[in-house]
Design a protein around this ligand. Sequence first.
Ligand code: PMP
Length: 429
Amino acid sequence: SRKLTKSNAHFKKALTRLPLGVASNFRYWGDDRTIYVKKGRGGRIWDLDDNAYVDYRLGYGPAILGYADPRVDEAARQGMEVGGVFALSTEREYEVADRIAKMVSSVDLVRFSNSGTEAVMAALRLARGYTGRDSYVILEGGYHGLFDAVLWATSLDRWDPETTDEDPPLVPYSQGVPELVRRLLQITPMNDANRLEDLFRKNGDRIAALLIEPIQGNCCGITADPEYVRAARQLCDKYGVVLIIDEVKTGFRVAKGGVQELMGVEADICTFAKAMANGYQIAAIGGREDIMRKYGNGVAHGGTYTAHSVAIAAAAKTLEILDETPALETIAAYGERLQAGMGRILNDRGIVHSFAGHPSMGGLFFAEEPPTNYRDWKTSDYTFYDTMAAHLHDEGVICEPDSREPWFICEAHDQSCLNDTLAAFEAAV
Ligand code: PMP
């Protein structure tokens, strides 16, 4: 079985300089199972001990074409020739903005950021500046980044729907999130348009934005009913609430026009990151012209590293490939093949299962139907999934170690990756 001698030794060393021995809490998988990457190529990664894995995390989505894609890396190298950041704009920003506006029908104008968190922060501020209102609503189960305003969840720990009509209490995800933020925020369950309407009816004149992630990347891809998203669109229009669709995970992945195209809905503002530059650090805020023109007309936006010449060159090339080649169809077809293969293995053993999300970011559930909201997702039993995931790692396939994230597919997950994956999956199951 897999040896982690070097990763284990490195973990001990890293622990002396990095909390949990890692650069992000989510990269810590336990003292004995935390691995360190030596390199990634295509759909695979190698750890310090030279164990090879087919990787379905892809950095939580960014590596849409595969790791170290030569086309994107060559573009990034040319971007490096430009010279970095200048406290001035470069020509290529227009090219990327124009491409995004042509791919995503709700987008007229674009600004850039460095991460998903930063883009959503900017979008929320823009919505507030535009409406002159302070409050906002998010959906249970959505993840929108690491800033105080969105690091909240409903706590189901001591909440029993049998004995209470009250909603579960709102709790911060983290220590250090100030209590007073709670006053501006409301969380409502996905797929319940009546609840949303109630909320808007009571507080609509104070709500700046409804911030949603119609395919919830942090809940294994559980998905809003498109009818619900369209109803939310209408309610936002009725109450003058800005609809922000967070496409940080879905953008340039589930369709050229993102989840908005898939569901036939247009946001007022949307946010992108991850897949837009195949892993280079860039994000974008796009939206309707009258809203976006508030930037530079009352609403602050900036950032030292915004539209860095390397990242913007990588974005230009990645988006060109996603727009002009059948890459997204290939990715979806690989995802379908993977799910069909898993389905056969599970059916042979009489194991009930279902998939959520989109083939390019699909969640696997051991139930007849996938959950459709956070409360059902959170209260399901994932013992089998999580145990299977640990075995899969030992067999050379990396998926999220707990049932939190969907399986991300890239253009480099070719038949050889899929064959290796299904053999490992059969052994793990
Ligand atoms: N929004 C969504 C939908 C995300 O999935 C994420 C990251 N997982 C973020 C925002 C935050 O992005 P970042 O990690 O780049 O700050």
